[in-house]
Design a protein around this ligand. Structure first.
Ligand code: TRP
Ligand code: ZN
Length: 476
């Protein structure tokens, strides 16, 4: 979904909750062309062109909406699902790929309601040939039914991601390459889409996901939970959390719905649920005052024993693994800060992930100053003195280093160095206007540099060159 198509999104997302009901008739026969008689029709590319993850994403189309309907059996850890995708061809397409990986078996695949041929190739390509070509500019629907036990990703450099089984359920955490372990997807941050997720589990278990809840229904010992994310979302930020959870419903003082949950096995102190909920609300409120209006229609968080040893900024509702070294206010400030920097604004390429982690880490520093009395400048000086933070390029750390301390710490230091150079007035103007200018879009380091130069009316090329691209400690 390209940013220029955001207008009318809300309306469209509403219609799309019923997206599976759309049929060939709605799309119209003009969507078809016989590739044999239309030699201009060609296959979409098998990757979206990210140098760190060349197989991720695909070309030839853009997704508007994912409708994921999935049931989960904790006894076998198996899922049974149908994912329906509303997309739009960006070229005359004879064939296209989705990303889909692991041992799940596909039982049926249709394009515009007609059975399509498909093959699976390499680690993650699902190659789909519709009965007739798909014309550029026209919408089409892909529906894939599949089942099996999803296999999480265990990457030596990037850790665990994807569909992760837990003691009491499962949690899906997709950054950077996990989404395709449980649904067919155009797995690139540059193709954002809205999502409806309908998840069925044995009654007693609870399901949270991104966005706002629909009605929960129970029958035959099973409960179905519905969640809608009606703002553009990158697949790396989609989330499902299934478990034995205590849920707290609240609101921020601006009236934003705030849904938090804590795994029952770790929800042991009285009042813990309320504290987690209120701290989340307070931080979102405070960050909104610095970063501009909160970009989504609800907030919250999930604290559970996931076993991945990190927290993740899943859109509108972060997940905090209890085994993260320290789940505290700073970590909440980090993940909630990502809602502006990372989620609403998402780097076009993974090499620019400092645009997420630098700002999220800076959010921690601001939190420590505001709520714990440690000035940002003091944190900066301590981080600057640490000899570990200098070996690499922040704005191109390499595929295996996107989560290195360098990206987080030197990213945040770059922002503090910028603040010292341009002054508080312009710096805080940038913190507010950068996310609002690129709301729901994709951004690059070059976009940021240009934005800062325009705001300050200064040439800062050599400053950014030194801080972002030159390994070694810059002189202050
Ligand atoms: N990006 C996450 C955050 O900063 C952390 C994270 C995700 C991570 N995956 C990881 C950290 C893998 C280390 C390894 O909030
Ligand atoms: Zn982060």
């Amino acid at each position: 979904m390209a940013a220029f198509r955001n207008a009318g999104l809300r309306r469209r997302a509403g219609v799309l909750v019923a997206c599976c009901a759309l049929t060939v008739g709605v799309v119209g026969t003009s969507a078809y062309a016989d590739p044999g008689r239309n030699p201009g029709f060609s296959p979409g590319s098998a990757g979206a062109g990210d140098p760190y993850f060349p197989d991720m994403g695909n070309g030839g189309y853009q997704v508007d909406h994912y409708d994921i309907r999935l049931s989960f059996d904790p006894k076998t850890q198996a899922i049974d699902a149908t994912t329906t995708i509303l997309a739009q061809a960006t070229q005359d397409l004879s064939r296209f790929d989705l990303d889909f990986q692991g041992p799940l078996t596909i039982s049926r695949l249709t394009v515009n309601g007609q059975d399509a041929t498909f093959t699976r190739s390499g680690a993650q390509e699902l190659v789909i040939t519709p009965p007739r070509g798909l014309r550029k500019g026209l919408p089409f629907l892909v529906s894939v039914s599949y089942a099996g036990v999803p296999q999480k990703i265990d990457d030596p450099a990037l850790g665990l991601s994807g569909w992760v089984a837990t003691k009491d359920g499962a949690v899906a955490l997709n950054q950077p390459i996990g989404a395709a372990t449980y649904y067919p997807v155009n797995d690139t941050p540059t193709d954002k889409a809205t999502y409806s997720q309908t998840i069925t589990v044995p009654s007693g278990l609870t399901v949270l996901a991104n966005g706002e809840p629909g009605p929960t229904t129970t029958r035959d010992g099973k409960s179905t939970f519905r969640w809608l994310m009606n703002r553009p979302m990158a697949s790396e930020l989609a989330m499902i959390a299934i478990g034995d959870l205590n849920v707290t419903h609240g609101k921020t003082s601006d009236g934003l719905p705030n849904i938090t949950a804590i795994g029952k096995s770790i929800d042991t102190k009285p009042g813990q649920g309320a504290v987690f909920n209120q701290t989340t609300a307070q931080i979102v409120q405070w960050e909104s005052s610095m970063y501009g209006p909160y970009p989504f229609d609800s907030t919250g968080g999930i604290l559970a024993d996931v076993g991945v040893h990190y927290a993740l900024e899943t859109q509108s509702r972060p997940v905090y693994d209890q085994r993260t070294s320290n789940v505290s206010g700073d970590l909440l400030a980090h993940e909630l800060g990502h809602q502006w920097f990372g989620d609403s604004l998402t780097p076009q390429r993974w090499s620019d992930i400092w645009l997420n982690e630098g700002f999220a880490t800076y959010s921690e520093w601001l939190y420590q100053e505001k709520f714990q009395g440690t000035p940002v400048q003091k944190t900066f000086e301590q981080t600057y003195a640490d000899e570990d933070n200098w070996d690499g390029k922040v704005a191109d750390p390499g595929r295996d280093h996107i989560f290195d301390d360098l990206v987080y710490n030197r990213g945040a230091m770059t922002l503090q160095a910028l603040r010292l150079k341009i002054g508080d007035r312009d710096f805080f103007k940038i913190l507010k206007q950068w996310p609002s200018t690129h709301r729901y879009g994709n951004v690059s380091t070059q976009d940021f540099i240009k934005f800062v130069e325009r705001t300050t009316n200064r040439n800062l090329d050599s400053f950014f060159q030194t801080w972002l691209y030159q390994p070694g400690k810059p002189t202050l």
